[in-house]
Design a protein around this ligand. Structure first.
Ligand code: GRF
Length: 257
């Protein structure tokens, strides 16, 4: 296939977001393929998913390096060797260093399980529940040198239901992440994102599957007056993701969460 764009994915855990990407990329019209899955954890199930799909894998363990900078350098080298058009953080639970972020400017996409800038950090779903919000969601965004901070690509709202616990709410948020993340990664891979300061403009024209999912309305509880729909980003929905510098990710030379 001509000019298929290359996607490198970083995972730390279960890898359901990675799976949504690989499933989307299985359609030839997607226009991009996952060429590398790298993890900081040898036991990450996401690596198994990659192997099952025949995708190259790599493990870069922080404990094998003397400090964060050395880990950052090694991870940058491993990912750069895959010549990615876009790097996707799909549940990667470490804060990337400046060396890595600067190697792939405006080409790193993260997904975070809240409507940023609310609830940055590693416990976004728990924190949203504890706060008592009626609506949370997910954000897919470009990564800059601050955690959970770069320009927003897509967001989707998710209603908090009576009786929700962290697992049930996170499951519904993931459903939205799995819808938005492949679409956002595709747009970045195909060069259809223009960044102007904090604004990311999504250029949705072109062949292939729908690139910008429609916003999902959040049904308002009977007791809550007024609309509960979160407005979409220019040309797209509102959604959630995370990255930047917040305590939601392990320090690079740290232990396990
Ligand atoms: C996602 O909700 C992502 O936003 C958060 O961690 C979760 C990753 O899940 N950072 P999975 O490993 O892709 O299943």
């Amino acid at each position: 296939m001509a000019d298929v764009r290359r996607v490198a994915v970083l995972v730390s855990g279960h890898g359901s977001s990675l799976q949504s990407l690989m499933d989307a990329a299985a359609d030839p019209s997607y226009g991009a393929e996952v060429v590398l899955v790298a993890s900081d954890r040898p036991g990450a199930y996401g690596l198994e998913r990659a192997r099952a799909a025949g995708v190259e894998t790599a493990v870069v363990r922080p404990t094998d390096f003397p400090d964060r900078a050395a880990f950052d350098e090694a991870l940058t080298g491993v990912v750069a060797a895959a010549r990615p058009d876009v790097v996707c953080l799909a549940g990667f639970m470490r804060i990337l260093g400046p060396r890595f972020v600067r190697a792939f400017p405006d080409r790193i996409v993260n997904t975070h399980p809240s409507l940023l800038p609310a609830f940055r950090g590693a416990h976004a779903v728990r924190d949203a529940l504890a706060y008592g919000v009626r609506v949370t969601g997910c954000t897919v965004h470009l990564v800059d040198e601050e955690v959970d901070h770069g320009p927003v690509l897509m967001q989707a709202p998710v209603a908090v239901e009576d009786g929700d616990d962290e697992a049930s709410l996170h499951e519904r948020i993931k459903h939205e992440e799995h819808r938005l993340l492949p679409a956002a990664v595709r747009l970045v891979a195909l060069g259809r994102v223009r960044v102007d300061g904090r604004r990311a403009r999504l250029l949705a024209a072109g062949p292939g599957p729908a690139t910008v999912p429609a916003p999902t309305a959040v049904p308002a509880p009977a007791t809550v007056p007024g609309p509960a729909t979160v407005p979409g980003s220019p040309g797209g929905p509102a959604g959630g993701g995370r990255h930047g510098r917040a305590p939601d990710r392990e320090p690079i030379d740290g232990g396990t969460p």
